[in-house]
Design a protein around this ligand. Sequence first.
Ligand SMILES: [Ca+2]
Ligand SMILES: [Ca+2]
Ligand SMILES: [Ca+2]
Length: 187
Amino acid sequence: MKTKKILEKDLKSQLFDVKLGDFNGDGNFEIVVCSEDGRVLILSDDGEIIHELFISESKPIWDIELYDITQNGKVELISGGMDGLLNVFYLNNSKIELLWSQQFQSSVSGFFIDDINDDLQFELIAYGLDKSLRVLNLQNGNLIWGQLFESGIGTVKAYDCDGDGQIELIGGGNDGTIRVLMEKMAP
Ligand SMILES: [Ca+2]
Ligand SMILES: [Ca+2]
Ligand SMILES: [Ca+2]
């Protein structure tokens, strides 16, 4: 099979995640990447660097997510890394500003968004090396609920395990336990 290279750009650091989203609301996707040297870069679809965020000096940013939290046609940027900071950025005119930030005791291992309490709003589900699993309000970062895995968390996924239409969180602990958690609904 022949491969045609459409774009190549050297960003001078190992890249850990890439996502596409319309960050500036012009109707075109931007390419967003995070790097081993603590940067998040926003590139146009022809590879030009539009924004470069120096988030953490020489500490890797592992994960990024893009989602239009403010519902204004522009995605917000969620990043998490070894410095333990979960940051949410938005574009204010042409400047990137912090919407909210949450500090973990230790590296943010991973996160994703999903509606896990069936209220038609996405939550941010994040877990870290500090052994905490946190369900956060995407709008402001407030903790909705959390769980401590005494030996640490290897992975977290969201599924409707029992088929009741509501999503549960499945966490794999470093002690070999698997836990299925759901938000307790009002009776
Ligand atoms: Ca765009
Ligand atoms: Ca937005
Ligand atoms: Ca929800």
